[in-house]
Write a protein that binds this ligand. Structure first.
Ligand code: NDP
Ligand code: GDR
Length: 327
């Protein structure tokens, strides 16, 4: 049986990846900072439905910045694959907690690379590193691909650039099988409401139900390449099945302005977003990433991956899930 270790298993991507791996017969060990939370219980209940047996899925506590703890976990579980998803993943928040962000997002990746380096070469784990399109930041060329230079615009993005280069270094210096997935924004009903897409779809549903009257946002003058998280975890898995480690952009090749997302979400509930959206400058970031648009042609060519969910379907899926939740 293949064994996979997923750090940050309680997050959006951890959820979809756990489902994918359990349904493919993997034994999955997930890590969290706190196993006593409702999200762990919810995931365990869902995982029981995706597994053949209760032994197939477990969640353990791990402090990713504690290299000794990381090493002990890796050497005892002997995973074939490691998916490093744990991170302080909120870009805006990284400006108020830069040191914690750097520790979790860069030091955490390094602790895993070091643990892999100490595994017996013949059975060393393959690693997926959750790199991000935020690393392109202020890039001026579109679309962005694996050759586009990085220009990070937040402590979050700087930490991800650091982790990215550490992965390349360990691949080149020690032959570690580690691949960077440079994933563009991907969303789902499991996205926390602190991210703009879910904040919008949740507010639309609550406004439709008469529970709220307005929605407060920051900078609307931005655009992103938004895909569906369920599609993107399949790209992660494919990277670790490929014959060699590499770096891949995962995206839809389309970008939309934030007001187009608002338009799509509020038209689903028959309202005009301009009537309810209020701007609060306090929600704007000290440095902004104005436009990200990916090019997934390398992932398609080498991994046979392509997205299956359109922008309109994604927005509909998220608004409908939030409407169902308020009802
Ligand atoms: P989430 O924020 O939903 O999940 C990440 C998990 O990491 C959390 O559930 C949390 O689990 C854990 N975590 C949070 N803060 C810390 C911290 N300071 N130290 C250690 N662990 C922490 O992220 P996603 O699932 O959306 O993303 C997965 C990974 O992919 C992240 O690394 C993210 O940066 C990256 N990424 C995401 C993209 C996206 O659009 N979603 C795009 C590109 C990259 P717990 O509280 O249980 O410990
Ligand atoms: P992002 O996602 O920063 O791209 O990072 P987020 O949804 O937080 O912001 C997208 C854009 O919307 C603007 N914005 C707002 N954002 C939030 N959160 N709340 C608001 O009220 C608001 N108003 C406007 C932002 O300024 C920004 O330009 C996500 C995370 O998942 C990262 O971990 C990941 O690496 C990148 O996507 C790719």
């Amino acid at each position: 049986m293949q064994r996979a270790l997923i750090t940050g298993v309680t997050g959006q991507d951890g959820w979809y990846l756990t489902e994918l791996l359990l349904k493919r017969g993997y034994q999955v060990l997930g890590t969290t900072r706190n196993p006593a939370t409702p999200s762990v219980l919810e995931l365990q209940e869902s995982a029981a439905g995706w597994s053949e047996s209760p032994e197939q899925f477990r969640v353990v506590r791990l402090n990713l910045t504690d290299a000794e703890q990381v090493d002990q976990l890796v050497q005892s579980f002997e995973p074939h694959e490691i998916y490093n998803l744990a991170a302080q993943s909120h870009v805006g928040q990284s400006f108020s907690s830069p040191l914690d962000t750097l520790a979790a997002n860069a030091r955490g990746a390094l602790a895993l690379l070091e643990a892999i380096r100490r595994m017996p070469a013949a059975s060393a784990a393959r690693m997926y590193q959750a790199s991000s399109s935020e690393m392109f930041g202020a890039a001026e060329s579109y679309p962005q691909n694996e050759q586009t230079p990085f220009h990070p615009r937040s402590p979050y993005a700087c930490a991800k650039v650091c982790a990215y280069h550490l992965c390349v270094l360990y691949r080149e210096s020690y032959g570690v099988f580690v691949s960077n997935g440079i994933l563009f924004n991907h969303e789902s009903p499991r996205r926390p409401a602190s991210y703009v897409t879910r904040k919008i779809t949740r507010a639309a549903a609550r406004i439709a139900a008469g529970l709220e009257k307005e929605l407060t946002l920051g900078n609307l003058d931005v655009g992103r390449d938004w895909g569906f998280a369920g599609d993107y975890v399949d790209a992660m898995w494919r990277m670790l099945q490929h014959d060699q480690p590499d770096d891949f952009c995962v995206a839809t090749n389309q970008w939309r302005r934030l007001d187009e997302f608002l338009e799509a979400a509020f038209s689903r509930i028959g309202r005009n977003w301009r009537d309810v959206v209020r701007i609060d400058p306090a929600l704007c970031r000290p440095a902004e990433v104005t436009r990200l648009q990916g090019d997934y042609s390398k992932a398609e060519r080498l991994l046979g991956w392509r997205p299956t969910t359109s922008f309109d379907d994604l927005v509909r899926l998220m608004v409908d899930a939030d409407l169902a939740a308020v009802q």
